[in-house]
Design a protein around this ligand. Structure first.
Ligand code: PEP
Ligand code: MN
Length: 336
C-alpha cells in the first residue's frame, strides 16, 4: 500500500499516519526521493482495510499495490540504486561495466591468463564459475572451493573483483568469503531459500532471469533478496526459452528499458548464454548497451575449442579485444 500525502502535510501529520499504520500491525516508512511525500506500507498478507488511514489529516490518496514485488519497484523507491563491487560502480548514470571471464574455472593457468587478458583489454570484473549448474551429472561440475581459491589468486594478480555463482543456501557463506559479487544462475532464480540467504549477507548479488520466467516472476525473485535486507541487487537478462531454436535462448532486450522503468535496480545483459553462439555475442552486447543496460557479462576463454563448458559461445582473447574497442566507441557515442 502507498499513502500519498498532500503538499501541505507536515512532519506531525506524517508521523500520525505512520503510527496509525503500525497500530494495524504493519510497517510504514516515508519514501525518500518521491515527488510527493509518500509513505510505503509493507507486511500485509492480503487486502488491507484503509478506512482508518484515508481520512487522517494530510492524506491525499491511498493506493493499493497488488504486485508481488514492492521493494524493487519504483513506486516504493523512486531513486535509482547504484551497486558497488569493490571500486566498480554499477547503475544509473555510470559508465556501463563489462564482466568477462570463462564459463568455468578450469585451472590456475586458465583463470589467471584469462584474468590478465580481460584486464588488459578493459574488463571491470572477472567472472568464472566454481560451482556449475550443469544439465547432466556427467558434465564438468566445477572445481568448487578449489575454484574459488583460484579466482582469489586471479584477483590478487590483476586487481579485478570476482563474480561467481552460488547454487545452494548452505554454500552462501563459503562463496561470500571469496566472491565480490555473488551470482544466482537462471536455474536457481526461484530457489527461494537461496534468495533469502543472500538477502541476509552484506555482499552484492547478480540475479539472472530464469529461462522461463516472466518479468513479474523475475522481479518477485529479486524481492526475496531485498525483503531480507540486502538492497545491493543487479538484475541480469540472459535470454529466455521460446520456440526459436536457431539461438540457444531468445534475448529479450525489451526488458532492459522496462526494468529501468519499473524498478530502481541496475540491469545487465549476458549475450553469451542468450545466444549460445560466439559470432552473436558482440552484436547483442552492443545492442544491450544501446537499450540501456548498465553492463554486459561475456564469456571469454583462452582456447574456446577446449573449454570444459560453453566453448561455442566463448570469445577468444582477440574477439574480446575487438569487442572492447567497439564498446569504447559506443560509450563515446552514448555519452559515457
Ligand atoms: C553462467 O553464467 O555460467 C550460467 C550458468 O548462466 P545461466 O545461469 O544464465 O545459464
Ligand atoms: Mn556458461
Amino acid at each position: 500500500m502507498l499513502i500519498v500525502m498532500n503538499h501541505k502535510a507536515g512532519p506531525k501529520q506524517i508521523e500520525a499516519v505512520v503510527k496509525a499504520v503500525e497500530q494495524m500491525g504493519l510497517t510504514a516508512a516515508p519514501i525518500p526521493g518521491s515527488e510527493r511525500t509518500a509513505i510505503g506500507v509493507l507486511g500485509n498478507r492480503g487486502y488491507v482495510d484503509d478506512t482508518t488511514i484515508r481520512d487522517l489529516p494530510g492524506v491525499q490518496e491511498v493506493i493499493h499495490v497488488s504486485k508481488p514485488y514492492k521493494l524493487v519497484s519504483r513506486d516504493f523507491h523512486p531513486r535509482h540504486t547504484v551497486v558497488r563491487v569493490g571500486d566498480v560502480v554499477i547503475g544509473e548514470g555510470k559508465r556501463p561495466v563489462v564482466v568477462a571471464g570463462p564459463c568455468a574455472v578450469e585451472g590456475e593457468e586458465q583463470i589467471v591468463r584469462t584474468a590478465r587478458a580481460v584486464k588488459k583489454y578493459g574488463a571491470d570484473l572477472l567472472r568464472g564459475g566454481a560451482f556449475k549448474p550443469r544439465t547432466g551429472p556427467h558434465a564438468f561440475q566445477g572445481l568448487r572451493e578449489e575454484g574459488l581459491k583460484l579466482l582469489a589468486i586471479a584477483r590478487r594478480e590483476t586487481g579485478l573483483p570476482i563474480v561467481t555463482e552460488v547454487m545452494s543456501p548452505d554454500t552462501v557463506g563459503l562463496v561470500a568469503e571469496y566472491a565480490d559479487l555473488l551470482q544466482v544462475g537462471a536455474r536457481n532464480m526461484q530457489n527461494f531459500e537461496l534468495l533469502k540467504e543472500l538477502g541476509r549477507i552484506r555482499k552484492p548479488v547478480l540475479l539472472k532471469r530464469g529461462m522461463s520466467a516472466t518479468l513479474e516472476e523475475f522481479l518477485a525473485a529479486a524481492e526475496y533478496i531485498l525483503a531480507e535486507g540486502n538492497g545491493q541487487v543487479i538484475l541480469c537478462e540472459r535470454g529466455i526459452r521460446t520456440f526459436e531454436t536457431a539461438t540457444r535462448n531468445t534475448l529479450d532486450l525489451a526488458v532492459v528499458p522496462l526494468i529501468r522503468e519499473m524498478t530502481h535496480l541496475p540491469v545487465m545483459v549476458d549475450p553469451s548464454h542468450a545466444t549460445g553462439k560466439r559470432s552473436l555475442v558482440a552484436p547483442m552486447a552492443k545492442a544491450a548497451l544501446v537499450a540501456g543496460a548498465h553492463g554486459v557479462l561475456v564469456e571469454v576463454h583462452p582456447e574456446p575449442d577446449k573449454a570444459l563448458s560453453d566453448g561455442p559461445q566463448s570469445l577468444t582473447f582477440h574477439g574480446f579485444e575487438t569487442l572492447m574497442g567497439e564498446i569504447r566507441r559506443l560509450n563515446e557515442f552514448l555519452g559515457f
